[in-house]
Write a protein of this length. Structure first.
Length: 90
């Protein structure tokens, strides 16, 4: 019995201004990758899962990009036009 990729509360047809839940997207992406790595899905279902995985990956990347921009804004000094990218290892 094959399973469909996990669905999240993130609606793939949602408007771009509606934020998705990053953690839910990552959980869904992990489930899709697990299914594809097992290689048990028929070709058409594998292609559908891959397509969904690409959409989920883009949504997650967009969320991270917005978070990075917010961090850059928050770490900038008032009147200082130069900001520094967030470095979690610093």
């Amino acid at each position: 019995m094959t399973q469909k990729p996990k669905q999240t509360t993130a609606d793939p047809n949602a408007a771009a201004d509606e934020p998705a839940d990053f953690e839910a997207l990552m959980d869904e992406l992990e489930g899709i990758v697990d299914q594809l790595e097992k290689g048990a899905l028929p070709l058409e279902q594998s292609l559908d899962a891959f397509e969904r995985g690409m959409k989920v990956s883009k949504q997650a990347a967009d969320i991270l990009e917005r978070a990075e921009r917010r961090i850059e804004v928050l770490t900038g000094e008032p009147g200082d036009e130069r900001t520094e990218p967030f470095d979690p290892g610093a």
